[in-house]
Write a protein of this length. Structure first.
Length: 295
């Protein structure tokens, strides 16, 4: 049996030449992410080149690779970016590295991701932002759903919200570390921050239910002012502060409402947090479609 060069897999399980017009994927990002150790020797980082091995084998008309912002801008990864571009050139693709903020493409989340796009026998067409001047807000995402706790929005995260004993302050009430874990309160009238794959426990973002229900002043504003002015942390927080649900996380990512998620709740949150927002993926697909002249 002949063994292929892609991860040592046998030829019969690998896609064949000409089997697809588009190769799209997101190789593991942990080696590149600022949330990790950013270790150049992390074995997971080699998968970006395995992705290009698949492109070389299939020879599609186009490819799209997604990864974290750090792979786009951090000087530590200059060599890897250069190798990726050189491989695409050798394979006959016109390619571009693009940094996209999902909030500029109809996603109520300020999620920045790198896209590596290549097309063959065509000119590259850039992604066209649709909401750069009016990004969707977190409130717009939550307004699509039933009320918290009702069917369709009842996959409740049970992780409690408690004040940090030694809060880390930032100028913004929606930054810093004022509660247990890394979950932070979110501003309803702005795009949500990037949803992490580690949601499901204390890293799950926080919302203010009274603000959602009645437009009440966010509780975090006064608490932030208290701490900023030297006040001591509280021992507890009101019940109006809670973690987001699975359905809310999915809506923030722009998955179709009512999509069924499987597995333990932590796995559901992880699937959502690891995903490319569908509306951003659609923008990339439309750019490739225009490049290839498909109507």
């Amino acid at each position: 049996m002949h063994v292929g060069s892609i991860l040592g897999l046998p030829d019969e399980v690998l896609p064949m030449t000409g089997s697809a017009d588009l190769v799209i994927g997101g190789p593991p990002c942990q080696g590149f992410s600022v949330a990790g150790k950013m270790d150049p020797n992390d074995a997971r980082s080699s998968h970006v080149f395995h992705f290009m091995d698949v492109v070389a084998r299939v020879q599609p008309r186009a490819f799209v690779m997604e990864n974290v912002k750090a792979l786009y801008w951090n000087r530590r990864w200059d060599l890897i970016r250069g190798r990726l571009r050189a491989r695409a050139d050798d394979l006959g693709y016109r390619s571009a590295l693009v940094l996209c903020n999902a909030a500029h493409y109809g996603v109520p989340q300020a999620r920045e991701r790198m896209l590596f796009i290549g097309v063959r026998d065509s000119d590259l067409v850039t992604l066209e932002p649709t909401t750069a001047d009016r990004p969707p807000t977190l409130r717009m995402a939550l307004d699509q759903l039933p009320r918290y706790g009702e069917p369709g929005n009842d996959s409740i995260c049970r992780a409690k919200v408690t004040p940090a004993k030694e809060p880390i302050m930032r100028r913004s009430p929606f930054a810093g570390m004022m509660f247990n874990g890394a979950g932070r309160p979110m501003d309803l009238d702005s795009p949500a921050p990037t949803l992490p794959a580690s949601m499901g426990g204390n890293k799950t973002p926080i919302v203010d239910q009274d603000q959602i229900d009645s437009g009440a002043k966010p509780w975090i504003l006064d608490y932030h002012a208290r701490l900023w002015n030297g006040g001591k942390p509280l021992q507890s927080v009101p019940k109006r502060l809670r973690r987001i649900t699975v359905e809310e996380a999915a809506a923030i990512q722009t998955f179709p409402l009512g999509l069924e998620w499987r597995g333990p709740q932590s796995a559901q949150f992880r699937q959502i947090g690891n995903a490319v927002p569908p509306r951003l993926a659609l923008a990339a697909a439309e750019a490739v479609k225009r490049s290839l002249g498909i109507t």
